[in-house]
Design a protein around this ligand. Structure first.
Ligand SMILES: *Cc1c(COP(=O)(O)O)cnc(C)c1O
Length: 394
């Protein structure tokens, strides 16, 4: 048919239908800002829908830009395959729901991200999925907590903000002995610091919002695992619908390309700041697994490649003094998040751990005088000067 003869309305629709990308090559990955894809015939479409043939049919299931991110994060975590989600919580909720049925049980570290803790306590309980929280260092308690109906063991290798280390070798042995899966939230210790699958974890989760993105400009979640595990979680991802937007995948690919150099520098600066603060007269305690005085130093040394860019410290004073320090910082920013190129400080007792009672916070060392620092890429001497100046105000 001669297209010139078609009506203007048809011409507008048809002319905007797309360009042939087969000849275009770029060093980076383009954004496929598309929600659906053309397919040759109905049979092919059905096969793609049923995952019998590779290909794209609808962007809630897959998209070329998110596929490029999936390959990248699978390589990053030494995994066979991966899934991407709209947020870290979407990844965590979808993964745990994929493995559990009513009547099942989870053993989780008590020192996990507040959102995860709340999800376990308030949402999973509605489905009659019970969670026992344990101190991740208390191996007797973990052994006692595992029951016949335990499906998952769940922990974070480096707990927020006290930086308590979970011994992944021990957790893995427990999972193997009891036939349950070990799920690791690796947000605080991204590669090259730790690749949990190499320690026998079954599933690794990231809030990509933090270090993987690295620039406080996106929300995203990632799950990496062997193919069989991914196929257990994929149906939940497909039908609950927490798909990652193509532009977020594109931003994440861009962020992850500099992850290695960011982590290396942030680890170095955090170590230097931890040593500096440990020697400071107005600091009572420094939480950093990389300091030889730390009780878990040897475990951290064995398990991690670097001790992360996160640290916490307790000032000589309470809430009022902590607020004074935060208010006097000029370079370090005051926010709840972490993993950015900018250094960020937060007050765990009034943010991430506000859901605990003062007694519960006290028991795990999070007093009102504790501040958490996510070390960025500024010159470390400027960060030291900023902290010294703020500490001088108390
Ligand atoms: C932020 C965070 C999450 C939640 O991720 P979102 O992207 O905010 O949904 C989960 N785990 C840890 C350790 C986090 O820091």
């Amino acid at each position: 048919m001669n297209k010139k003869k078609q009506h203007l309305l048809t011409q507008i629709v048809k002319t905007a239908e797309g360009i042939d990308l087969s000849e275009i090559r770029t060093p980076g990955v383009p954004i496929f800002q598309t929600s659906n894809y053309l397919y040759e015939d109905v049979e092919k479409g059905t096969d793609i829908l049923l995952s019998k043939t590779p290909g794209h049919i609808y962007a809630r299931y897959s998209n070329p830009t998110t596929d490029a991110l999936i390959s990248l994060v699978a390589a990053l975590e030494n995994a066979e395959d991966a899934l991407v989600f709209a947020s870290g919580m979407a990844a965590i909720s979808s993964t745990t729901l994929a493995y559990c049925r009513p009547g099942d049980h989870i053993v989780s570290s008590a020192y996990i991200y507040g959102g995860t803790y709340t999800f376990f306590q308030n949402q999973l309980s509605r489905f009659n999925i019970d969670v026992t929280f344990v101190d991740p260092r208390d191996h007797d308690a973990i052994q006692k907590a595992v029951k016949a109906n335990t499906r998952l063991l769940y922990t974070e290798p480096l707990a927020n903000p006290t930086l308590i280390v979970s011994d992944l070798g021990f957790w893995k042995t427990q999972a193997q002995q009891h036939g349950c899966k070990l799920i690791i939230d690796n947000t605080f210790t991204p590669p090259p610091i730790l690749r949990p699958l190499d320690f026998g974890a079954d599933v690794v989760i990231h809030s990509a919002t933090k270090y993987l993105g690295g620039h406080s400009d996106l929300l995203g979640g990632i799950v990496c695992a062997a193919g069989a595990e991914i196929e257990t979680i994929r149906p939940v991802m497909k039908t609950f619908g927490p798909a990652m937007a193509p532009i977020i995948a594109w931003l994440l690919i861009r962020g992850i390309r500099t992850l290695g150099v960011r982590i290396e520098r942030q680890n170095q600066s955090a170590m230097s700041l931890a040593q500096h603060l440990a020697a400071h007269p107005k600091v009572k305690k420094v939480f950093y697994a990389g300091l030889p005085g730390n009780q878990q130093y040897q475990l951290a040394e064995k398990q991690f490649n670097g001790y992360s860019g996160m640290l916490a410290f307790e000032i000589d004073g309470g809430r009022e003094q902590a607020m004074t320090v935060m208010q006097h910082l000029e370079t370090i920013l005051f926010t709840v998040s972490l993993g950015d190129v900018s250094s960020l400080i937060s007050h765990p007792a009034s943010t991430s751990h506000v859901y605990l009672s003062p007694e519960e916070r006290q028991a795990i060392g999070i007093t009102d005088g504790v501040l958490r620092l996510s070390v960025g890429l500024e010159h470390v001497d400027d960060l030291k000067a900023d902290l010294d100046n703020a500490l001088a105000a108390i």
